[in-house]
Design a protein around this ligand. Structure first.
Ligand code: RM4
Ligand code: MN
Ligand code: MN
Length: 435
């Protein structure tokens, strides 16, 4: 008989039965890995404990089917509103157990009663991470347009409207129990000469100051940079340099958020991460992967080694107890050709697994190789950790936390998508755009 409790929308007996089938083999794999790691002086149980404490937030907008600027091909049983989205997020977390928080986007996820939404999420075993403002598109009926910018618009009335929206996001976030506002703006220009670079940045500082000053105690403001798009010639906050300048000018509550897809193709992102850590300004991440631009592909799908190198910096900073180091981990992906729940489960688990790999780096040896300028052995030390198959650790963490050893298999067997498709009508929104 199906046992479904609200916080666990997938039949618990299905999960248990699948786990039972796989647990003996997992036990053998875990023991073999444990023995192997012990030879290198690593206690697998200690690694497992750190991995078990790791979480990454799911973006509410990621559970809907995304699209490109050309078109969107709606999926089956897409969530119709934040309530459906939370339920989908609960499925993800039930099976992977490392995604217990959700990052919401306004006004997409706007509701009348945020305290009720918080209670609804809590019943699903979820809480809220950073809230995101959206001044990169006009809302139906809005009197003023963001076509030529928002926080940096030449018209003070448009800037005021954009500031107002961010203040409303903070107010909503307070009721949700969030502690951070993420601000990404699309402001920029598509033609040389269209926008005055110095003045638009100055306007950004003024507008963000008004938002910064309204941050409640204990809150942070995450400034998110992005190279280009929707602006094709220049973007006001285009890289970590502009982001850092702004964060430093605003004050200690402002930090820089790194979205992995927001850099030029050959940029060394892990080095940017190290610099931001060094100056106490790393807000956290929007994890995703890309080949060409802000592709928003699944984390680790294209460049898993780059993700590992980012985590190598993060684990290194944690080991060094760098002051103020408390990065927020979020996914930010757009699922155009996959079932978003499947992509988010795989991505959450991939980020968690990459963290586990980075924990295995022999940092004493690496330090010594760096000091001795032994480039080959330094690089081999990182590769050795990256090439270790830590699957038994993350699977065991999931199992012990009540999740699934093989989340994808259980999800497909549960027919959750088919079940929700029966009650969620097919979306008619075919236009381009990310959501
Ligand atoms: C942007 C950026 C933001 C996200 C929007 C939807 O490219 O990554 O973080 O909120 O997309
Ligand atoms: Mn992002
Ligand atoms: Mn993006």
């Amino acid at each position: 008989m199906a046992t479904i409790i609200e916080s666990q929308p997938i039949d618990r007996e299905l999960v248990a039965a699948d786990n039972t089938r796989r647990s003996a083999a997992l036990g053998r794999d875990y023991d073999a890995l444990g023995e192997r790691l012990a030879r290198g002086g690593i206690d697998i149980e200690a690694v497992k404990r750190e991995v078990a404490a790791f979480t990454v937030a799911v973006p509410s907008w990621g559970v809907g089917t995304g699209g490109t600027r050309f078109a969107r091909f709606p999926g089956w049983g897409e969530p119709r509103n934040i309530h459906d989205k939370l339920r989908d997020c609960a499925v993800i977390n039930q099976l992977v157990r490392c995604t217990s928080s959700v990052s919401v986007h306004f006004p997409w996820d706007w509701v009348d009663n945020f305290a009720e939404l918080r209670a609804e999420a809590a019943r699903l075993g979820l809480r809220f991470d950073a809230v995101n403002s959206n001044t990169f598109q006009d809302q139906p009926g809005a009197a003023l347009s963001y076509k030529f910018g928002s926080l940096t618009h030449t018209d003070p009335a448009v800037r005021a409207a954009a500031i107002e929206h961010n203040l409303a996001c903070i107010a909503a976030g307070e009721n949700l129990g969030s502690r951070a506002l993420t601000v990404w703006i699309g402001d920029g220009s598509s033609f040389p000469g269209q926008q005055h670079f110095r003045r638009s940045f100055e306007r950004y500082l003024q507008s963000t100051r008004a938002i910064y000053d309204a941050l409640p105690d204990g809150w942070h403001m995450y400034l998110e940079h992005k190279l280009f798009e929707p602006a094709f010639y220049s973007t006001v906050i285009q890289d970590w340099g502009s982001s850092l300048l702004a964060a430093q000018s605003l004050g200690p509550k402002a930090r820089c958020l790194v979205d992995l897809g927001h850099h030029a193709p050959t940029v060394n992102i892990e080095m940017i991460v190290a610099r931001l850590i060094a100056c106490g300004k790393l807000a956290g991440f929007h994890f995703n992967d890309s080949k060409y631009g802000d592709d928003d592909l699944d984390s680790g799908a294209i460049q898993p080694y780059r993700l590992f190198l980012v985590f190598n910096e993060l684990v290194d900073a944690a080991r060094d107890r760098v002051a103020g180091f408390e990065p927020a981990y979020m996914l930010d992906q757009s699922h155009n050709v996959t079932d978003p729940i499947e992509s988010l489960m795989v991505s959450g688990a991939t980020v968690q697994r990459t963290f586990a790999q980075a924990l295995l780096v022999d940092r004493v040896a690496l330090d010594a190789y760096q000091e001795a300028n032994d480039a080959l052995m330094a690089s081999q030390t990182l590769k050795a950790a990256f090439e270790t198959d830590v699957s038994p650790i993350v699977a065991r963490v999931r199992l012990e936390a009540g999740g699934a050893i093989e989340p994808l298999a259980v999800y497909r067997a549960s027919k959750y998508r088919e079940r929700v498709a029966a009650v969620r009508p097919k979306s008619s929104s075919l236009g381009g755009g990310i959501v």
